[in-house]
Write a protein that binds this ligand. Structure first.
Ligand SMILES: [Cu+2]
Length: 199
């Protein structure tokens, strides 16, 4: 502090007409800067205290992922992610449902894997009329990587087969199963179905 004050005072000590005015202006400037710092500090405290100021950063983070799903990225979506079979009889055998999926983004994506939450359920990818193998539950059956590309123009389904008799007589009652579709464009797509299993 004292060192910088001395260095600043030295040029104005030259004996010109502005010699007397210069140190005073220097002092005034210091007070103005000090006052400005106080004003900024108070303003900062007011801004921090406002609830609206806290809400602003999350809004900005929400906007960021939206930008990445623009024209240059794929986006795996399903027309519907839930389906209810209603009442399903073990005696009547397996039931199937097709979930319509698509790439709603602006670039191709790759379907890595699909698998189900239980050994009573299998899922296959049907793309442009051609079906993949049917995959079951990890740990019960192998779940290989299929690396199937999906263009925005492709017509695709996840064909789900549920065997209500797979769990034997103990399988009676309401059930809920999930089919997971891993892809390179974002979070895995989860398709869910429910049923009420009767003998
Ligand atoms: Cu099961």
């Amino acid at each position: 502090m004292s060192k910088s004050a001395t260095m600043k005072a030295r040029p104005s000590a030259g004996g010109s007409a502005g010699a007397a005015a210069a140190p005073r202006a220097n002092t005034n400037t210091k007070w103005m800067i000090a006052g400005g710092v106080v004003v900024v500090a108070i303003a900062g405290l007011i801004v921090l205290a406002r609830p609206g100021a806290v809400a602003e950063p999350p809004a900005a983070t929400v906007a960021a992922p939206v930008a990445t799903t623009g024209a240059g990225a794929g986006q795996l979506t399903a027309l519907r992610t839930k389906f209810n079979f209603g009442t399903v009889s073990m005696a009547a055998g397996k039931v199937t449902h097709r979930f319509a999926i698509s790439n709603s983004g602006g670039a191709p994506l790759v379907i890595r894997k699909l698998y189900t939450s239980c050994m009573c359920t299998t899922a296959a990818l049907v793309k442009n009329g051609k079906s993949s193998d049917a995959f079951g539950m990890p740990g019960h059956t192998p779940i290989p990587t299929i690396d199937e590309p999906l263009a925005p123009t492709d017509q695709a389904y996840i064909n789900v087969v549920f065997d209500p008799a797979a769990h034997g007589p103990a399988g009676v009652g309401p059930i809920e199963r999930v089919v997971t579709v891993e892809n390179d464009a974002g979070q895995p797509l989860e398709l869910e179905f429910t049923a009420l299993v009767t003998p």
